[in-house]
Design a protein around this ligand. Structure first.
Ligand code: NAD
Length: 509
């Protein structure tokens, strides 16, 4: 029977299952549990911008009545700005010196077709910033521009950041936010205005020691630069506030190594897993789903270490080579070829195409989901032929998938540590900004390696109940006297680190 709307769990409730499991296991102090069950603050607000006029393509039915409309001599170039949704932003200068024939607001542009002019004007968007918990340090989390965002989703993502920063042992709390907008329907200039208004409204609620946004879906270093400018605008010491956002371009205070950091963190986890299992990554056979920022970095680094990347899958295709894919050639195919607009592995001549459904079931050693959530279901897990799943993506394994992997003895490196490299290097960026320093990539990676490997080792010790102290890590205060799964163990580590602050600092009344 289908769950009714009321019975269906919210994204947030579902994401909190591991929290409750771990809280029970460690008998989390009841008041701390109450503090952590809901966000500190839920900021929901509205922003407005002025949009420009649009040229909207006519539907085939509408086109019939304008068949005889003569073409207008509108100069395209910069004056007509194409949008990813097929429309154009009409800048007034396009009409200067143009010879325009309009009928009922429709004009014909040579080689492009018939368009209706749609008047721009003020537009309103819903915006969010969820500040989940700050007991360990300033709130930290990305800003997402997407049409499907909601309070429920941002609460789940902000909670996740709280656990992730604790597991990475960086002095930050958790936050997340963004704007409900379809960025494909707006111009660069309009998105800049959205960003400026977003930060204008948040100005008193964020800051290098308060809440530090970062890029997430559909936001990038360019948007971070605009955020930084808006936050520091008219300040006497703007340079001292560069740490208000992370994920910036390296030329304006971003960190070396940030672009590769999440993939690099995944590889550090895999290195430590291989050492623990007594196997070598050299010659290891790897499947990678997703060839974007995280998947391509993971593939490039593993390939450089002598691993064999057997197959890579993205949204548009899957490529396969038993001998191992030439990753530099695949990177070139995806990222150095202007014809490859979707930056897809599809059509790569150096490997054979594979039916998408066969991907997860190839015989290999390592599977790296680095694309979407919910990919490794119970059914998929049941037929996988790998030794370890390294969750580079957020939430790629379903709860059933988790159970099946466990029952089949397939190791799991949970997302919360496997992809923590990104936020860890964001912390390094913040530190460099506050200290006015610029570290080399080698310095960044040296610190990252130690941070990821030691925290991963602690989680493994909690899961296996093997408390110990080595040169690299000390898990003695985190073990719980019984074994548990890796995902719960990761949450145990997060909660113990967070709880310590409440227990030692107490509560202000
Ligand atoms: P991206 O947008 O750069 O790349 C996503 C890749 O996934 C693309 O290659 C895309 O084609 C592929 N993909 C999309 N739909 C697919 C499908 N149905 N089947 C197969 N492949 C598909 O994104 P990214 O930054 O690399 O992030 C990937 C994952 O890692 C996400 O889950 C993200 O939340 C997580 N993550 C990213 C970072 C980071 O620093 N970028 C940090 C932590 C977690």
């Amino acid at each position: 029977m289908k769950a009714t709307r009321k019975e269906r769990k919210s994204v947030f409730d579902e994401s909190m299952e591991a929290f409750y499991r771990a809280a029970e296991l460690i008998r989390l102090t009841p008041r701390v549990r109450l503090e952590l069950e809901e966000p500190d603050f839920e900021h929901i607000f509205y922003i407005t911008i002025e949009t420009r006029d649009r040229l909207v393509p006519l539907s085939p039915e509408e086109e019939a009545q304008f068949r005889d409309l003569p073409p207008s001599s509108v100069k395209a170039g910069e004056a007509l700005e194409p949008l990813a949704n097929g429309q154009f932003v009409l800048h007034r200068r396009a009409l200067l010196k143009a010879d325009v024939t309009l009928r009922e607001g429709v004009l014909r542009i040579p080689k492009r077709g018939l368009f209706r002019i749609e008047k721009g004007g003020p537009k309103k968007f819903k915006a969010y910033r969820i500040q989940y918990n700050q007991v360990r340090g300033p709130y930290k989390g990305g800003v997402r521009y997407h049409k499907d965002v909601s309070l429920d989703l941002f609460k789940a993502l902000a909670a996740e950041m709280t656990w992730k920063t604790a597991i990475a042992d960086i002095p930050f709390g958790g936050a997340k936010g963004g704007v409900r907008i379809d960025p494909q329907s707006y111009s660069k200039e309009e998105l800049e205005h959205v960003t400026l208004r977003f930060i204008y409204k948040l100005k008193n609620l964020i800051g290098p020691y308060v809440d530090i946004p970062a890029p997430d879906v559909n936001t990038n270093p360019e948007i971070m630069a605009i955020m930084m400018r808006q936050y520091t605008d008219a300040a006497r010491t703007p340079h001292a506030m560069r740490g208000v956002v992370t994920g910036k371009d390296v030329r304006i205070g971003g960190s070396e190594g940030r672009t590769m950091a999440t993939g690099q963190g995944t590889v550090y986890c895999l290195e430590d897993w291989a050492r623990w299992r007594g196997v070598s990554l050299k010659g290891a056979r790897v499947l990678i789903q997703g060839f974007g920022n995280v998947g391509s970095a993971t593939a490039e680094i593993l390939h450089g270490m002598g691993a064999r990347i057997l197959a890579v899958q993205d949204a548009y295709g899957t490529v396969h080579d038993e001998k191992g894919i030439d990753v530099p050639a695949l990177l070139e195919h995806c990222y150095a070829n202007p014809q490859n607009l979707r930056k897809s592995v599809h059509g790569f001549s150096g490997a054979k195409p594979l039916p998408a459904d066969d991907f997860w079931f190839l015989d290999a050693d390592i599977a790296v989901p680095a694309a979407l959530g919910g990919e490794i279901t119970g059914e998929v897990a049941d037929r996988m032929k790998v030794k370890v799943v390294a969750e580079a993506a957020n939430g790629p394994t379903t709860p059933e998938g988790d159970e099946v992997l466990r029952a089949r003895g397939i190791d799991l490196i949970p997302d919360i540590i496997c992809n923590a490299g990104g936020v860890t290097v964001s912390y390094y960026e913040w530190l460099q900004n506050l200290r006015m320093e610029h570290w080399t990539e080698a310095e960044v990676n040296q610190r990252l390696e130690r941070a990821i490997k030691s925290n991963y080792a602690i989680i493994r010790d909690i899961a296996l109940d093997t408390p110990q102290r080595t040169d690299l890590h000390d898990s003695r205060t985190f073990a719980i006297g019984r074994q548990t799964d890796m995902r719960t163990a990761a949450m145990v580590l997060a909660l113990k680190r967070i709880e310590a602050h409440y227990l030692l600092e107490g509560f202000s009344q």
